[in-house]
Design a protein around this ligand. Structure first.
Ligand SMILES: [Zn+2]
Length: 130
C-alpha cells in the first residue's frame, strides 16, 4: 500500500495481515533514501527520503521555489497547485512533473523489493497528462 498526502505512508500486507515487523514500523518505505537535497524535510527531518521528494508538500515547495526565483511569495495548498497547473501555469506543471518523477523513482524501488500494489494515489497527476 502507498498513501500520499503531506507525507508518504506505506505498509506491507501479507496474506491479508499488515506486516509490522519487530518494532512495529516495517514497510515504511516513505523514508527510504532516493536522493539528496530534496525540496523539503520529511516528518523525520531528512532531505533524502521519498517523502521529502514526492509528497504533496514537496510539490508545493518546488513550485514556491520556482516562483521565488522571480520574487514569488506566499503559500498555497496542493489542491491549489493542481488548479494552477490545470489553468496552464508552466511552473506548476514543472513542479508536479518533477514530483511525479520522484514519486516514480521511489515507487519503482519499493516495487522491486516488495511488489507493492498502489492502492491510493491522491487526486491528480494523471488528469494533468503527467
Ligand atoms: Zn524521511
Amino acid at each position: 500500500m502507498v498513501f500520499i498526502t503531506s507525507g508518504i505512508g506505506t505498509g506491507v500486507v501479507f496474506d491479508g495481515q499488515i506486516y509490522r515487523g519487530k518494532g512495529g514500523v516495517a514497510g515504511e518505505f516513505g523514508h527510504m533514501t532516493i536522493g539528496s537535497n530534496a525540496p523539503i524535510e520529511c516528518a523525520a527531518g531528512s532531505k533524502d527520503c521519498w517523502e521529502a521528494f514526492a509528497s504533496e508538500r514537496a510539490a508545493v515547495a518546488r513550485y514556491m521555489n520556482l516562483l521565488e526565483k522571480q520574487n514569488g511569495t506566499g503559500k498555497i495548498t496542493f489542491s491549489q497547485l493542481i488548479d494552477i497547473a490545470l489553468q496552464g501555469d508552466e511552473k506548476a506543471k514543472i513542479a508536479l512533473k518533477e514530483t511525479a518523477y520522484s514519486y516514480e523513482s521511489g515507487y519503482l524501488t519499493s516495487y522491486k523489493v516488495f511488489h507493492l500494489k498502489l492502492l491510493l494515489y491522491r487526486e491528480i497527476l494523471s488528469g494533468l497528462g503527467i
